[in-house]
Design a protein around this ligand. Sequence first.
Ligand SMILES: Cc1cc2nc3c(=O)[nH]c(=O)nc-3n(C[C@H](O)[C@H](O)[C@H](O)COP(=O)(O)OP(=O)(O)OC[C@H]3O[C@@H](n4cnc5c(N)ncnc54)[C@H](O)[C@@H]3O)c2cc1C
Length: 486
Amino acid sequence: MWQTTGVKTTWTPRALVVGSGLAGLECALGLGTRGWQVDVLSPGRVGRDGATHRLHALAPWVLLTAPWVRGDSPERFLADLKRRGQGDERDGLAEVLAAEAHPAARHLIETLDLVPVEPEPAILPGDEVPRGMRCLPRNRHVLLAPLLKRCEAAGVRLRGRTLAVGLLAQAGRVTGLLIIDRGRGTPERLYADAVVLACGGVGAVFPVTTAPRWTRGSGLALASAGGALLHRPELTQALPVTATPPMFFPTSAALLSSGIQVNGHAMAPGRDLEAVTWEIAEALRRGAPVSLDASSEGAAMLPPRAREAAAFRGEGRVALTLAMHHAIGGVATDAWGRTSLPGLYACGEAAGGVQGRRRTMGTGLLEATIFGKRAARAASGDIVRTGPGAAAGEVLAPPVPLDPAVLEERLDALMGPLVAVRPAEAVASALREIGGWPVKEGEGVDEKGALAGIRRQAAIALLSGENARSRVSGMVVGLRAGAQDP
Ligand SMILES: Cc1cc2nc3c(=O)[nH]c(=O)nc-3n(C[C@H](O)[C@H](O)[C@H](O)COP(=O)(O)OP(=O)(O)OC[C@H]3O[C@@H](n4cnc5c(N)ncnc54)[C@H](O)[C@@H]3O)c2cc1C
């Protein structure tokens, strides 16, 4: 029989956390230290297969943007977040980020053993006060290594090579996950009292991305297959990166201060990163070459591998392209990571609405740590009221497409040109083809089919949001952000 004593349960609640990036590990640690039995599921090597791990391999430093200096404040930071958000953020979420950014940044420096590159924060493009603290992991260790250790010490079970491919639900409550153990290759049901989507952004829905291939919109796909509300899935951020490997992001400051050439002509200076990205997108759609001038400050920041490229040394420039970088929209949550489905939580890049139309750089890690911890707190409070979930449920999963390899190729061709600029006709036509792709009936699913199904479902959510903005905004009304503090 389930009982509560005060706020403690007399049984051990069980959580499944999808994803081992910063959000997933923070949430798992929060649940583990509150007495939950926690399994973190991750398709590759735990702690090394998400954007969090990729971060310091593709960017020159880890940027933590927060109020750091005298004269700055959470209120001032919030005003800037709102100005950039242009009303496309969800009520109450930017407030949490602004209020907790500074302590969260300090927490990350300590927990991940980071060392600031310079003693003071830098002024970032578009800001009037210095907010960008640039850091590196001491000894260049694996970024999440210290957190993985803490999770293990708290009894969290870290399960690599495991892909979540669908939700299980009974009577409107999420009761677990359909997973594929990539070693065995067969689908399996896992039941839990709470499921947390910490599965990152939509990078790999697009063929060129700064994020790893596993971050292919699983949050959008699993949540929408389960009937959970989404918040503005079409809001994404693309960035200019070097076109040849290692696909390096030279930083916003460097891009804005450097000579970008479009079709051999220097781009007019003095614009913000979004305007530059837009202009590059338009040029690439016209087939015009875009490059970074090797004599510029931006080029000096490129890693040796890029600078050793033949074009860089011979012609004094390096070709640029655009990569999908960050999901700004995502699964709709309240300020505690609760989704519209009981038993289902979302945090980090999988969740949407902390920021609106334009996001502030250097806040991805802060969102992951702040909302990962809050989701753990919310689940621990909610479980006292709801009691255990059933060890039963129907499968709610993205449909499995026929010919997954062919679909993946079509998705590359259709989504690639829509990385930043999305003309209505191209969106509608891509949506028709992707939405109309034939799918299999029944539960039988293998890894390739499940991965293509997740990407297809995420692409449909994103393009539908683009296609019918007002309908999608209307869908999220009714989930009150900030409701019911745990
Ligand atoms: C190149 C680059 C540079 C960046 N620089 C900065 C910076 O300087 N400062 C900053 O604050 N932010 C930066 N960001 C953004 C930041 O890294 C991310 O916002 C943040 O790491 C997201 O954390 P997360 O835990 O939500 O997602 P992730 O770290 O992406 O983790 C997602 C996890 O979910 C797993 N997963 C996905 N699908 C499934 C599934 N179906 N089943 C099981 N597991 C699944 C993934 O494998 C992964 O383990 C950068 C990002 C990139 C790519």
